[in-house]
Design a protein around this ligand. Structure first.
Ligand code: SAH
Ligand code: SF4
Length: 388
């Protein structure tokens, strides 16, 4: 059986062509799947009976099994999806007055291994397929429409952020068709500025995204200098800050907005001093002949999880850090924590991943004091989850 959730419209057209169907049939089929949430081919009334029979025989629209669904006091919803072989990924819906944002996972686990991230602590299991990335949106959109009693054609999800589990730019081949399905007017019809890819800084892939599918870009910076960033985001050893900022500047040529968002996770006593705020300001605004980057900064108070050994910066320290940046002329926001009672806040998403990289073991060897217990088999339940 071919799962049709894996195809963007061009690929669906090719597949329909192989079945002897005209390309416009693919558009009709695509609309049934992504605009109406239909998975029953026999209900697709404007398709010829012969084509429906072919679909029934050889294709399916197969979502992901829901392992759990939790609703937070503030209306944030977190789904845990079973992706097989002991792995599970999380998806979070964040309702706001004017929009509904879905935070989607791109991998089971993550190989980047950032020190402050629950997903990174679990290690890496595998990339999600395009169908598995799209299935998160497909499920959430149509579950929410039913729950909220929306009229046909009304959309529950207005924004997508690739800020769930995983590093989207280390799963580039599956990511791009998924983005195209989100942007397609016959699919979810999201504008490029309402779809955000967040990356820890995979420089060559930032350049490719700029050429292939330039949606809004968020870069997880977290430190104003390479020494500290090497420690917090190990990928920095491969792609240091100067290269990362140069790729962010190149991205702006094609970006749907005229700024890049930099995310900065506020860690008590690690990266939150006034001097570090000044250094960040100098780096991003540009000084001493160095070019800056037109940007906004989003400060994320660290969401603690067991075994991180790190603490959230106190609110007054976050405010002081923000004030330095703002007074320096950079628009700076502090991310509100959402869904933390169901562990759905940023960086808490742990899903359930079989650590095939044995990262917990390696970490324990490297940092015997910091890590209390191997984190690779943590269960999610009402504990670690993710984003806001
Ligand atoms: N891998 C991508 C996207 C997923 S992480 C990336 O790193 O950008 C999405 C955001 O959550 C990133 O900015 C990340 O730094 C932040 N984050 C991770 N762990 C966190 C934590 N424990 N508390 C607050 N933010 C966290
Ligand atoms: Fe991976 Fe992003 Fe977590 Fe770093 S912050 S470990 S890149 S998911």
């Amino acid at each position: 059986m071919v799962n049709l959730l894996q195809f963007d419209r061009d690929a669906l057209g090719d597949w329909c062509g192989q079945q002897g169907e005209k390309p416009f049939r693919a558009t009709q089929l695509f609309r049934w799947i992504h605009q109406r949430g239909e998975r029953d081919f026999s209900a697709m009334s404007d398709l010829a009976k012969a084509f429906r029979d072919k679909l029934i025989a050889g294709a399916e629209v197969s979502g992901l099994p829901v392992a759990s669904e939790q609703v937070a006091l503030d209306g944030t919803i977190k789904w845990l999806f079973d992706v097989g072989h002991g792995d599970a990924v999380e998806t979070v819906f964040i309702p706001e007055a004017e929009r509904g944002t879905l935070c989607i996972s791109s991998q089971a686990g993550c190989a980047v291994n950032c020190r402050f991230c629950a997903t990174g602590h679990q290690g890496f299991s595998r990339n999600l397929s395009t169908a598995e990335i799209v299935a998160q949106l497909w499920h959430a959109e149509f579950a929410l429409r039913a729950r909220l009693g929306l009229a046909p054609g009304e959309r529950a999800i207005t924004n997508v952020v690739m800020m769930g589990m995983g590093e989207p730019l280390q799963n580039y081949g599956a990511l791009v068709p998924a983005l195209r399905i989100m942007l397609d007017d016959h699919g979810y019809g999201l504008s490029r500025r309402r779809v955000t890819v967040s990356t820890s800084g995979v420089v060559p892939m930032i350049d490719r995204l700029r050429d292939d599918c330039p949606v809004a870009l968020a870069v997880s910076l977290h430190a104003p200098d390479d020494a500290l960033r090497d420690d917090l985001v190990p990928l920095n050893r491969k792609y240091p800050i100067a290269e990362l900022l140069a790729s962010a500047r190149r991205y702006l040529d094609r970006a749907p907005r005229d700024f890049i968002t930099f995310e900065y996770c506020m860690l008590d006593g690690v990266n939150d001093s006034p001097a570090q705020a000044e250094a960040l300001l100098a780096l991003l605004r540009g000084d001493e002949g160095r070019p800056g980057v037109p940007c906004k900064i989003n400060l994320i108070p660290f969401n603690p999880f067991p075994a991180s050994g790190l603490k959230r910066s106190p609110a007054d320290r976050v405010a002081a850090f923000a004030a330095v940046l703002q007074q320096g002329g950079i628009v700076t926001t502090v991310r509100k924590t959402r869904g933390d009672d169901i562990a759905a806040a940023c960086g808490q998403l742990a899903g359930e991943v079989q650590d095939r990289t044995r990262v917990a073991e390696r970490r324990e060897r490297a940092m015997p004091v910091r890590v209390a217990a191997p984190a690779s088999r943590r269960r999610v339940g009402p504990a670690p989850g993710h984003r806001a």
